[in-house]
Unconditional design. Structure first.
Length: 603
């Protein structure tokens, strides 16, 4: 194979990964390769040589030889602006997928965003479905999912597959290099025409990469707030060090080209055998199939199943509780139908109601179970609102649980109760509504059984941009972690805003603080505990920095989604080693983990 053939195949393989369509940040490339081969019986080199036997121009691959183009695009929503920033068509956002569910989304905030892109085009790629051979691992995962015992488990398994491999595959794209800036404009501002020539700039005069890109694209001082800047498919160091013209010349010799524009995509299921496609479409043709979370709690004396209202949305949840446990639950649906109360409402010392207005849904339920009953629960809306913790605020419990179903809306509850109160809960999720603000979420529990309950979820701010920026701990000197406090940073109006959680634990003792830099997050957590307290802790970040070991200290947390906490570490001396799976560490996706941790409360 010639060098040109190898280069061509290399750039074809850029399209070998699927893309997930994030409902807030647009397309994100999967880390898993979904295309095994590109038309293996065809000599791709002949296509670029004008072979008369090659397919028509509608399905071809050809060089463009570094053609430069400036594109300006104006968008009304932030999501549209993310698509424009990546060079994707807006029609991909609502692209119909057989496994998707069409539900009422919260309306995206409107505004006026603008994107300027300098594209240096090197290859044009236009493929058909028949040109693509799916990866064996992808096909195997689909087939295993379809072999699950019932429709609910099959749907759940398929959604896990699509979460890993993506939603769509680009088949018509431009490969090359690009400089892009996207930001929010004032109502009376537009970009000026791009000049035919740009005067050389003194590279030392720029305070940041954004300032540098603004100058290269001739959009200085145009944005009220920046959304996303990037340089793709080339060496940005040459651009910054030697200027635009040297960077343009270097692109011809680079091997770092990327997809810079997409004009057509296909569903990721389109590359499968037609028989498998038919099974998937048939499975998802019935959107009324409810999905059930695993039950949490102990076997009940009496059971209940609040799922008889079909697709009617929940309007209110009434909860009766005491300082010890959840006593009763009832659900009021739109239209006035009532299911419940189930449990022992006569034993409740307090009642509260959780109201939902139009467009709001319950997207998650935090549950604290014990060996005898449900001690506490907490409800989370798709808007990010978090209810108070209903029930006990401290005590001995089993590991807490987060009930959620890939962003779907709660349709009902099942479970059981006895003479004490609610003993078991199971969430039943609607398969016809996809909550707009979903993030993949996993929970990890570290700790023992006794302590106070607390939850920092309400402090993280905008969950799509939030991250943990500082962790503060205190030790009373008795050889254990006395308290923990987290600072969360998120973007509000394009600017960083910080919220500090309360001090969880004692405020006595010396303070130890760790600060995480912008873009830094934890990839590995290690430590130990001695049965009653946390003994050691250290962690590694994505920047390969191992923070020093802190004796008698352990912190576990999630970057940018939720921080959900539980109490006292107990049991034997254990060595902790938590590794975040690589599939959740993609560049454009925030951490999908909720880490439950122990905190020591000692005098």
């Amino acid at each position: 194979m010639s060098e040109s053939d190898k280069s061509l195949l290399k750039h074809l393989r850029i399209l070998s990964h699927g893309f997930s369509l994030d409902p807030d940040n647009g397309p994100a490339r999967s880390s898993r390769r979904v295309i095994q081969e590109f038309r293996p019986k065809q000599d791709w080199a002949d296509w670029s040589k004008g072979d008369p036997k090659a397919p028509s121009d509608s399905h071809n691959v050809k060089p463009i030889d570094g053609e430069r183009m400036i594109e300006d695009e104006y968008s009304e929503t932030r999501l549209d602006a993310y698509y424009a920033n990546l060079g994707w068509p807006l029609l991909v956002s609502p692209f119909p997928r057989p496994w998707s569910v069409s539900g009422a989304m919260l309306q995206a905030p409107s505004g006026r965003w603008a994107t300027r892109r300098m594209l240096i085009k090197m290859w044009s790629i236009n493929l058909g479905v028949n040109d693509l051979t799916p990866a064996d691992a992808y096909v195997d995962a689909i087939e295993r999912a379809l072999e699950c015992p019932n429709d609910t488990s099959r749907i759940r398994a398929l959604e896990e597959v699509f979460a890993l491999w993506g939603d769509v595959i680009p088949v018509a794209a431009i490969v090359g290099s690009t400089i892009v800036a996207t930001g929010e404009l004032s109502s009376d501002t537009n970009f000026d025409s791009f000049p035919s020539a740009i005067a050389p700039q003194n590279q030392t005069n720029f305070g940041s990469l954004n300032d540098f890109i603004d100058t290269q694209l001739q959009i200085q001082d145009r944005f009220e707030s920046a959304l996303k800047y990037h340089i793709t498919g080339s060496r940005p160091d040459i651009l910054f060090r030697e200027g635009l013209e040297s960077w343009l010349k270097s692109i011809e010799n680079t091997q770092e080209w990327e997809i810079i524009k997409v004009t057509r995509v296909i569903q990721i299921t389109d590359i499968l055998d037609p028989t498998i496609q038919g099974k998937i479409k048939e499975l998802y043709s019935n959107c009324s199939i409810p999905l059930r979370s695993p039950p949490v709690g102990v076997s009940p004396q009496f059971g209940f199943d609040i799922t008889g209202n079909g697709l009617c949305p929940i309007q209110r949840v009434d909860i009766g509780f005491s300082d010890v446990c959840i006593k009763s639950i009832s659900i009021i649906y739109a239209g006035g139908s009532v299911a419940g109360p189930f449990g022992r409402p006569e034993g409740a010392t307090r009642f509260d109601r959780f109201d939902l207005s139009g467009g709001e849904y319950i997207a998650g339920i935090f549950v604290w179970p014990t060996d005898h009953f449900i001690a506490s629960l907490q409800l989370v809306k798709n808007t990010g609102y978090v209810s108070p913790i209903y029930g006990a605020m401290r005590g001995i419990t089993q590991p807490p649980c987060l009930l959620s179903e890939n962003g779907k809306a709660l349709g009902g509850l099942a479970g059981g109760y006895d003479t004490t109160g609610i003993t078991q809960l199971q969430a039943v999720w609607r398969n016809d509504i996809q909550v707009n603000d979903y993030r993949y979420t996993r929970t990890v529990f570290v700790g023992g059984q006794d302590g106070e309950f607390w939850n920092d979820l309400r402090f993280i701010g905008d969950r799509f941009s939030a991250r943990i920026s500082k962790i503060t701990t205190r030790s009373s000197g008795a050889g254990y972690l006395g308290s923990i406090q987290i600072t969360y940073t998120s973007l509000v109006g394009g600017y960083p805003s910080c919220q500090e959680s309360p001090v969880h634990g004692t405020e006595d003792g010396p303070i130890t603080t760790w600060t995480l830099e912008d873009g830094e997050y934890i990839t590995e957590i290690r430590g130990s505990h001695d049965g009653t307290s946390i003994c050691q802790f250290w962690f590694t970040t994505n920047r390969c920095n191992r923070k020093p070991r802190f004796i008698k200290t352990l912190i576990l947390y999630s970057d940018a989604l939720t921080l959900k906490n539980r109490q006292l570490l107990a049991g034997r001396v254990d060595i902790l080693a938590l590794l975040i799976p690589r599939r959740y560490l993609r560049k454009e996706i925030k951490w999908p983990y909720t880490i439950w941790l122990g905190k020591v409360l000692r005098a």
